[in-house]
Design a protein around this ligand. Sequence first.
Ligand SMILES: [Zn+2]
Length: 538
Amino acid sequence: MFYCAQLETESLIFAAGMLLDSARQQIFPAAWLLFSPVRVILLVVWVYFCVYSVLRVEGSNLIPVRHKAKANILALLTGPFFLFVLFVADVTIKLQEGIIRPGNILKGIFGDTFKRRRARYKAEKGIELLDSAGRSFAEVYSSQGRDQKTTSEILSLTESIILDGIRDRASDILLDPKSRSVFTVRFRIDGVLSTVSQMEADKAGTIVNSIKAISNMDIAERRRPQDGSFMARIPEGDVYFRVASAGVLGGEKLSIRILNQSAGLLRLDEIGLSAQSQRLVLDNISRASGMIVVCGPTGSGKTTSLYAMLSEVDFYERNVVTVEDPIEYVLPSASQIEVNVKANITFANALRNILRQDPDVICVGEIRDVETADMALQASQTGHLVLATLHSSSNLAALVRLMDLGVRPLLLASGLDVIISQRLVRRLCEHCKRPAGLTETQIANFERKKIDYRTIMEANGCKRCRGTGFVGRTAIMDVMRLDEDVKANLANERLSLGSMKQRGDKESMSALRKEGLRKVLAGITTIEEVQRVTSKLG
Ligand SMILES: [Zn+2]
């Protein structure tokens, strides 16, 4: 009996095994997957569609929430078929409701998809525009009588332009009319302008208006120049903007200066000083009194150098006060005052006030008049360290400029210690720079001067540098210490201002070129860049 049962069980197992084998061969014929790449691809595509249709079910408002779980399983099993049914149902309903018209089905469907994608992009990018009082864009803009839909469309366009500007490290965003019907959007990146996009005048007009609104400017005024400011909150922190508008031929132009606080602060060893100059500057900063002036044309990085020098000051031991126009970076441990001509806060007024508070270090954003210059120079002789910038083409030209303003040479000689002239050159992209192809004349020149030219690089262009070949900038600087000779000359008033400026410009240019060549030979920048920034006096 037992034997019989065992035999029966064995034959049952055997029969079942046979059945399974034949079933396996029918369902999965020999070498089903491994040897047919086409089938593998089809399978992958099928699985992709199955998963995608589940995502569509999740996002679809055609299926009631309580049926979502069942619909998910169905979608996972049937994949593309389910998608098709969903698509037909979607189009039918939209046709019935008149959301899309029969003649324009494709645009209706895909326009909607794009809008959704844009909305999702907006949600991901995370930027919020606020006016200087902290009110949101929607509050400011809808309070001017616009409906919700227009507001949100304009907002998302404006936001994406601003965010692109920040992400591309632009210092300025310029919106200006190219003709009556077309506007260009341009970014200034590393000091060079490039066109990012063009748009219809109507659309650009609404963007201009929206930015003017959030900057608390008068939207109705399109001719008279105006200025304002706003801020943006992004995950990396707050970014501040200065806006200026002006009526031009063909419409109104808008320029937005990005004051990027988080990206802007550099240390002294990062701004491009040579080791020797850095020691000289550090030595002067560590003294209790004295004055350092950074000079150069507009956009030559003077303010960045000023902040870099401030970063070497011990804020806990020394009381630091700054006067700036505008405040470009917030220094948490310093007292910063912003120039506001409307409120009668000028450089001179602010400086007078500051001196009463007896600070240790005074930073003057820019010397523009004799009053400010005199006060700064006097402060530097009465136990204060003064750091300032001045708009001038070279070191000696800075002295001439100060005397032109009306500063007495004797005061200049006793108060001023170091002058730094600077220009900015673009830095080669580390990812794509390549050995430069030099001309025979260039090579002969380098050989005659016994310079090893093999380290010279040139721009190429890749994705990381947006095809420009450059990322960021560095300064080339001419540092001049006012030694006893110069001071004696100044004090004796034996100088002819005209010839001094001329000589100064010549000397400064050759010093800057020499500094530039040092950076070219180090493969940091190109010969053309150095030529570009040292060919004009500024
Ligand atoms: Zn590159």
